[in-house]
Design a protein around this ligand. Structure first.
Ligand SMILES: Cc1ncc(COP(=O)(O)O)c(C=O)c1O
Length: 375
């Protein structure tokens, strides 16, 4: 469907094209090229972590993280249900059990009290999500992880650049994952990364990312026979993908500034509309608004009304525990009242760095009209 105002658009410029063209024009090393460590260094420095490894998606970054921590059958991993399904599936990939904890209504992140309630002797890890660029209560969650000796993997797929107390969301945990899929803060079309300051974990991740082969030499330009020391996958990105990431990275602060300004505009116009609640920013945090989500009492009718005007909106997220796979195939029957309540009235509006004031006004006026006229 062609929308008058889509949910998101890519933000790109000629620097991206130049970076990718330059990688192509080398005519060499389209795999394992120097663009990859360069992109990784930019991310690690920005995040304030010692290491970064890129992956071909945020999902493979999650999968590799759980493998690298040795999480497997018999282990439980606490995750939100109010997330993209990959967060929970990562536990399933390695034969572990995702255990859903509820979220709290201020940040839409995991509720520390419910995490405590869900910890059992089998719990190995917690994967909190920073929803839509809103940092979750990561300080409290880290304290719980430390007290119980649990691994903390931050899912910062949607929150590149978000901060709590001037520390990047993703730099609190033992490690974190990022996504560069096309609707994220910066994008390479598909792509992801893991950041960590733990050297052993990083070294294991490198083996998992690339067939279990130590990458001391460039596989494609050496005649030496390289050994394979463990089971591994091909989770790598291409050199062109990394080149695009470099181009995108240089715009990250510009993108975040624009998103924050536009979010403030939506907020100023929508927060007093009856029937609408705009989630507040938390003190001492920098929200990066990968999504602009609000809660609407008549959400489903509002979505239809906006759709008729050519405005795309989306529900981020229907709860994972209510998907066919989790409910009917795996037999999950969880009670997550806040997750259920938020999923029932959450709606994400069109939002992207190139959005114009006219486009935002069109969306705002449509919402005001709907709320003034609908029964
Ligand atoms: C919270 C969250 N976790 C994980 C992922 C997975 O990332 P990717 O789409 O790059 O595999 C996403 C992406 O949509 C996400 O939003």
């Amino acid at each position: 469907m062609t929308w008058k105002i889509p949910l998101f658009k890519m933000y790109w410029d000629e620097d991206d094209v130049t970076e990718v063209n330059a990688a192509i024009r080398t005519g060499m090393s389209w795999a394992l090229g120097p663009q990859i460590p360069k992109f990784e260094k930019l991310i690690a420095d920005y995040m304030g972590t010692r290491y970064c490894l890129t992956f071909n998606s945020g999902t493979s970054a999650l999968h590799a993280s759980l493998l690298s921590y040795g999480i497997g059958a018999g282990d439980e991993v606490i995750v939100p249900s109010f997330t993209f399904i990959a967060t929970a599936n990562a536990a399933k990939f390695v034969g572990a059990t995702p255990v859903f904890a509820d979220i709290e209504e201020t940040t839409f992140g995991l509720d520390p009290a419910d995490i405590e309630a869900k910890i059992t002797p089998r719990t190995k890890a917690i994967i909190p999500v920073h929803y839509g660029g809103f940092p979750c209560r990561i300080g409290e969650i880290k304290k719980i992880a430390d007290e119980h000796g649990l691994i903390l993997i931050e899912d910062a797929a949607e929150a590149f650049g978000a901060q709590v107390d001037n520390i990047k969301a993703g730099a609190f945990g033992d490690s974190a994952i990022l996504s560069f899929c096309q609707n994220k803060i910066i994008t390479t079309g598909e792509g992801g990364a893991v950041v960590t300051s733990n050297r052993d974990f990083y070294e294991r991740m490198k083996l998992i990312r690339s067939h279990g082969r130590p990458d001391t030499l460039d596989y494609f330009s050496t005649t030496e026979i390289l050994d394979y020391v463990s089971l591994g996958y091909n989770f790598r990105i291409s050199s062109m993908t990394a080149a695009l990431g470099i181009g995108q990275f240089h715009k990250v602060e510009r993108i975040i500034t624009k998103r924050r300004l536009d979010a403030a505009y939506y907020r100023s116009k929508l927060q007093s509309v009856p029937g609408i609640t705009v989630p507040p920013e938390q003190p001492d945090t920098r929200t990066v608004y990968q999504l602009f989500s609000l809660r609407a009492e008549k959400r489903d009718n509002l979505m239809k009304y906006l759709e008729e005007k050519g405005i795309m909106t989306k529900i981020y997220f229907p709860p994972v525990h209510k998907t066919h796979y989790y409910q009917n195939v795996l037999g999950y029957t969880c009670k997550l009242p806040v997750t259920d309540a938020v999923s029932e009235d959450i709606i994400s509006l069109p939002f992207y760095p190139g959005i114009t004031r006219d486009e935002m006004d069109f969306v705002i006026e449509a919402i005001q009209e709907f709320e003034a006229t609908s029964p």
